[in-house]
Write a new protein. Structure first.
Length: 141
């Protein structure tokens, strides 16, 4: 269970990108508020922050030609078991620091800092993924 650093989303290998989509779906559903060491920080933020992060994942999937279920683009969708809800009733509502329509222009989670980026890159490297090009692309952006 992990949310990859926001700057890595466009560079994630297929398996990690698709896994991230599944992780976001689980967190948006019954996983919301269930503590897990690597994602506890997410619950300090609004549910809308998770929706915005998930939309970055969905956009990247679509950019690569994958077809995630469009239902996840609906801010109020919580999965098959929970259906739809008013996200203002889920935790603290939409985080005021951003508008979901402009989610890609801001840093969603403060924890996604340089140290966390290095941790994520090392995690990918430990999975046998060649991260040299990834590091080079991050330096040029």
């Amino acid at each position: 269970m992990r949310l990859w650093h926001q700057d890595l989303i466009k560079l994630l290998p297929r398996q990690q990108l698709l896994g991230q989509h599944r992780e976001c779906c689980a967190l948006r559903g019954k996983g919301w508020g269930k503590k897990h060491e690597t994602v506890n920080y997410v619950f300090k933020y609004s549910y809308g922050s998770l929706v915005a992060y998930h939309k970055l994942i969905i956009d990247e999937m679509e950019n690569r030609g994958y077809n995630p279920n469009k239902i996840w683009k609906d801010n109020s969708y919580r999965g098959k078991k929970l259906g739809y809800c008013d996200i203002n009733d889920t935790d603290k509502g939409i985080n005021n620091k951003f508008n979901l329509a402009k989610y890609s222009n801001i840093k969603i989670y403060n924890e996604h800092n340089n140290k966390y980026l290095d941790d994520c890159i090392n995690n990918l490297k430990n999975k046998g993924i060649d991260v040299k090009e990834m590091k080079m692309l991050l330096k040029t952006s």
